[in-house]
Design a protein. Structure first.
Length: 139
């Protein structure tokens, strides 16, 4: 298995609207995609393009959202995860499991419309890591 490029940095936020204003007005972001609900994961998502990756703003849709728990510990939000691309999600899952890493759940469809899974931060140097199959359209 070969780890691919960094696709995005996930940032948890209590308000996508406030975070979009920050990235636009303070950081100078000019390409900010429309927010959308990813109901299966109980989050609202908005991608902000940078020259070499994306920032994924993640807001909880309710108290059952995994982001809700993160924000309970970090009320202002913050870096939630890093996401790397791989050519084959099932090969990558098997590889991580063979290394003894704790894969959090089965592959599911993520915000880019491709299969993803997460690897426990305790097995990834303290960083929650999302593994996603490289999008076919290159995004």
């Amino acid at each position: 298995m070969k780890l691919g490029r960094l696709n995005h940095i996930g940032v948890a936020t209590p308000s996508i609207e406030t975070s979009v204003a920050f990235y636009r007005d303070v950081m100078g972001a000019s390409v900010i995609h429309e927010p959308f609900d990813l109901s299966a994961q109980e989050v609202r998502v908005c991608f902000v393009d940078t020259p070499n990756t994306q920032i994924e703003l993640i807001e909880p849709l309710g108290a059952e959202s995994p982001i809700h728990g993160f924000l309970a510990k970090n009320p202002n939000g913050g870096q939630h995860h890093l996401c790397y691309e791989v050519p084959d999600i099932h090969e990558a899952k098997a590889w991580f499991e063979a290394k003894g890493a704790r894969v959090l759940g089965e592959p599911r469809i993520g915000a880019h419309g491709t299969p993803i899974f997460f690897v426990h931060p305790k097995d990834m140097g303290g960083v929650l890591t999302e593994i996603m199959e490289t999008p076919k359209d290159g995004h």
